[in-house]
Design a protein around this ligand. Sequence first.
Ligand code: PGA
Length: 238
Amino acid sequence: MYMKKKIFLNWKSYLTIEQSSTLAEQLVAVQNDIADIVVFPTAAAVSQVAKTGITCGVQATFPYESGAYTGETTLQIVQEVGAQYALVGHSERRVYTGLTDEEVNTQAKALLAAGITPVICIGENAEQYDSGKRKDILQQQLEIGCKDLDLSKIILAYEPVWAISGFGGSHTATIEEINEVHVYLKTLCGDADTPILYGGSVHEDIDQAYLDSPVIQGFLIGSAGTNFESMQKLLQRL
Ligand code: PGA
């Protein structure tokens, strides 16, 4: 059976609210049956972007209901702005805020309880990759981050930190590496049939082998996802 590819666009802090809404309107106009597009705008833009009709997620969450939590976006607000997905454990959050696998787990549980799908991001950094410990690191991130979660209700994103453009990465992992890691992660997930996305320097001219791989259920795209023409081209190639 042909599965629609998930094209998830992490707009990080690249765009203004107006630019986010305009890009969302353009993407809504080219949406088709080939792909499920979900955009993750900067927090302040989500409610406006959601009004375009595109499916939205938030880039980060706080796992509690309203209260005295200065600066946090609570689950209630995530629901209110119309987000259906949330990134959890993106490597930029892990590096810049010290987010741990245990906190990833707490956030993911709270999101599921609130009816929001967590997109749990895991990936090794360059040092871990060089030391040959990639699989151990991924197993640890998965075991702690996904402890006691219903794996059929989450999405995983494998994003090697060294491939992410925001950290200076300029090339994707090879298709052989990604296929091997995705098969490994699928094994760890058992029978749950968890969708696994790949992220890290994905762009519109990526080799067709990435788009055709049966073990890559979709892509989490950062910088290239902020450009309409690039995404239009990628969608046409699916
Ligand atoms: P990139 O980012 O596509 O710009 O490398 C991917 C991500 O951080 O999710």
